[in-house]
Structure formats: structure tokens, C-alpha cells
Design a protein around this ligand. Structure first.
Ligand SMILES: Nc1nc2c(ncn2[C@@H]2O[C@H](COP(=O)(O)OP(=O)(O)OP(=O)(O)O)[C@@H](O)[C@H]2O)c(=O)[nH]1
Ligand SMILES: [Mg+2]
Length: 376
């Protein structure tokens, strides 16, 4: 029996299929690529990709016209085929643009089929631009809630945030390209994990320990560096990426996976330095897993992808009496301060500065144990 890891990369709906097919050429052969949509015009596959046109009697090969119920019905109509498709993969990565009918209606039931098949499910979903209107936004938000509980990891990519990375007067297609480039880079970096001959190999089974439970808040970031110190530049870019700081983004995680991919000049030391920067920023006290891979075609470029998960946020408590509020499932996770971070205050993340054996970043009244009395 083959011990090769098996990954299924799925593009769902127009945006999802577009993003996946643009990167499909550069993926290792252990990744199987499937494009799923009701819309036959989207499913023009090239080598190595398989197309699954679903819900044919419902839409006669067209899109869902933005109808979530039709997207859902299309998945249900072809469930037996889809169950066969998902069977036997240890990792399923699904990419979709939420807001239309196919992605918003089909993402959660598809993820559910993947879960049933025993796969670890990592979903990437884009949220529509604000200027696409209220309806798309609402459909996306509702779909996101359903998708979150069916995915071990859910990476939410706000198209608005991605647009900030292109000029203000850039066209919509330029903004989409920026979004796609970011997602494509992230997926390529993830796929490197499964490329044979890695500098620091990762046991794919260990990846499962990072994304333990469906519904855990997921951190994902990606950065690129070039030239001298490329690994450090890429690690800092991943720390500062607007995607890791968007609304609802989590900033500290218990479990962390860092994949560093670079050209021939990249050493294991570069990768270790990159991972230490990422750890300082995002945590990873419970588990940190590093993967490093050399790809000569990257030249002096290094790409860093960061994937992390914290514990699942508890479900909102049932309302006890009229008007009483349950927990807000979207609240940011609080990171408990350690004694050391309290002692060093805003200098908590800086190198220690010792003079005469004392850490001078710690306020004098704490170093000297001066008892403070309230002003009268
Ligand atoms: N990043 C990115 N997002 C896109 C692109 N095209 C569309 N989107 C986003 O994805 C959302 C869903 O659009 P589609 O993927 O075309 O919709 P669909 O899921 O195919 O559903 P229907 O076409 O309504 O059946 C849109 O509202 C956009 O926000 C793209 O090329 N790149
Ligand atoms: Mg479509």
C-alpha cells in the first residue's frame, strides 16, 4: 500500500475554480485537483485537473444566478459522485469565493462530505468587496458560519483587505489578481510540504495535530522576501501581512506550522531564524512544526507560510432569560499575560537590556519593590 500523502485540492464555484486552476500547474504530483461548479463555462480544465459539473438538471449547465439554495441543491443532487471523489484523502484543501450561489451554498455541504470521508479539511474562502453590495456580503457571512464548523481550518480572505495592497484606482480585475496571487502563493507554499526531498521534512500526519478540531479559529499568513536576508524579510512580511490583522483575525495560537520555501541559497539556519520570528509574533507554545523546502526555480526568493490554530471558541451559551446575551462567537481570543510580560510591560517583546545586573526595561518601582500608595 502506498504511504504517499494524499491531498485533494478543490476549487468550488467561479472564483474558486479560477484560483485553483491558476496554480494547478506548479503543484507536486501527490496533489489531485478537482474543479466543481454548476456552470459548464467555468470548467475548462487543462492537464491534471478534473471537472465535476454538478446539478445539471437544476441549472442546465449555467451558474446558480447567485441563489444559495440552488448551490446547495446542486451538491445534494450529485452527492454520491462527490462522496466518491473525497474518499481516501488525508487532507482536503477547498478554495471558494463566497457571495455567489455556488460557493455560498455548496461550501459547507462539500466540507461536510470531506469530513465524513475522514479527511482533515482546510478551507480558504474570500469575502466579497464592500462595493459588491449587501446581499453578497450577507450570503457570504451566513455561508462562513456554516463552513467554519465543517472545517478543521478556515482561512478567511477579505477581498477589501487584499485590495488595499493594490493602487486605489486599480481595476477590479487587478484587485482580484492581487487576491489570487496571495492565495496562490499560500497554496503553493502549503503544497511544498508534500514535495519530496525537503530540507526539513514534515510528517503530514503531524499537520493534523495543528488543525485538530473543526471550528477552531485559524491563523494563516504568507510573506515573500527577496535578496540578502530573504528568509527574514519573508518572515517579517508574514507577521505584518494585513491578512493576519483583519477583523476577527487571531493573533496568538497554541499550535503553529511554518513552511519556509526558498531557492538554492536558502539554508536550514535561514529557515530556523524565520521560524523564531514567527514564534515571537504568533506563539506556538503547544506545538511548533517547521517545514523547509528548496526549489531552485525560486532563485533568491523565499516564501513563508504560517498556519496556526487555537482552541475552538465555545458555542454561544443558550439564553437563560429574556434579553440575556450568550457569548459572542466572533470575539477576539484573549491571550493571557505571563508574569514576565507584566513585569516588562511594553518592552515584553524586545531584547533584554541589562545594566549592573538589572533589566532596566522593568520599571524601577518593580525592580526595587517600592510599595505604591494611592495619591490622596
Ligand atoms: N479573489 C477572487 N475573488 C473573486 C473572483 N471572481 C469572483 N470573486 C469573488 O467571489 C464571489 C463569488 O463569485 P463566483 O465565484 O463567481 O460565484 P459562484 O460561487 O460561482 O456562484 P454563482 O456564479 O452565483 O453560481 C464574488 O462575489 C467575488 O467577491 C476572482 O477572480 N478572484
Ligand atoms: Mg459562478
Amino acid at each position: 500500500m502506498s504511504t504517499m500523502p494524499s491531498i485533494l485540492l478543490v476549487g468550488l464555484g467561479g472564483a474558486g475554480c479560477g484560483m485553483v486552476s491558476r496554480i494547478a500547474k506548479n503543484l507536486p504530483s501527490v496533489v489531485r485537483v478537482a474543479l466543481i461548479d454548476t456552470d459548464a463555462s467555468i470548467l475548462n480544465t487543462t492537464d491534471g485537473q478534473e471537472a465535476f459539473q454538478i446539478g445539471r438538471p437544476l441549472t442546465r449547465g449555467m451558474g446558480t444566478a447567485g441563489e444559495v439554495a440552488v448551490g446547495l441543491a446542486a451538491v445534494e443532487a450529485d452527492e454520491p459522485t462527490l462522496r466518491r471523489l473525497f474518499n481516501g484523502y488525508s487532507l482536503v484543501v477547498m478554495v471558494t469565493g463566497l457571495g455567489g450561489g455556488m460557493g455560498s451554498g455548496g461550501a459547507a455541504p462539500l466540507a461536510s462530505i470531506a469530513l465524513d470521508a475522514g479527511a482533515t479539511v482546510l478551507s480558504f474562502a474570500t469575502i466579497p468587496f464592500s462595493h459588491e453590495g449587501e446581499r453578497r456580503k450577507r450570503q457570504a457571512t451566513e455561508a462562513l458560519e456554516k463552513l467554519a464548523v465543517k472545517s478543521h481550518g478556515l482561512v478567511v480572505v477579505e477581498n477589501d483587505l487584499l485590495a488595499l495592497q493594490v493602487a486605489a484606482d486599480a481595476s477590479l480585475s487587478a484587485a482580484f489578481s492581487a487576491a489570487d496571487e496571495w492565495i496562490a502563493g499560500s497554496l503553493r507554499a502549503l503544497a511544498s510540504v508534500f514535495t519530496p526531498g525537503a530540507l526539513v521534512p514534515v510528517d503530514p500526519a503531524a499537520l493534523k495535530t495543528i488543525l485538530e478540531k473543526p471550528g477552531s479559529p485559524t491563523l494563516f499568513s504568507y510573506g515573500v522576501g527577496e535578496g540578502s536576508g530573504a528568509a527574514l524579510i519573508a518572515a517579517k512580511a508574514a507577521c505584518d501581512s494585513s491578512l493576519a490583522h483583519g477583523p476577527g483575525a487571531i493573533t496568538k495560537v497554541g499550535s503553529l506550522f511554518v513552511q519556509v520555501t526558498g531557492g538554492l541559497n536558502m539554508s536550514a539556519t535561514d529557515a530556523f531564524e524565520a521560524v523564531s520570528i514567527i514564534r515571537k509574533k504568533f506563539g506556538g507554545e503547544k506545538t511548533t512544526l517547521l517545514g523547509a523546502c528548496v526549489k531552485p526555480e525560486l532563485g533568491d526568493r523565499v516564501e513563508v507560510a504560517v498556519l496556526g490554530a487555537s482552541m475552538p471558541v465555545p458555542k454561544p451559551a443558550a439564553k437563560t432569560k429574556k434579553g440575556a446575551k450568550g457569548a459572542d462567537i466572533n470575539q477576539p481570543l484573549f491571550v493571557f499575560a505571563t508574569d514576565e510580560s507584566i513585569r516588562r510591560g511594553i518592552f515584553g517583546n524586545t531584547p533584554l537590556t541589562f545594566r549592573d545586573g538589572e533589566d532596566v526595561d522593568v520599571p524601577t518601582y518593580i525592580r526595587r519593590s517600592v510599595r505604591l500608595t494611592p495619591a490622596s
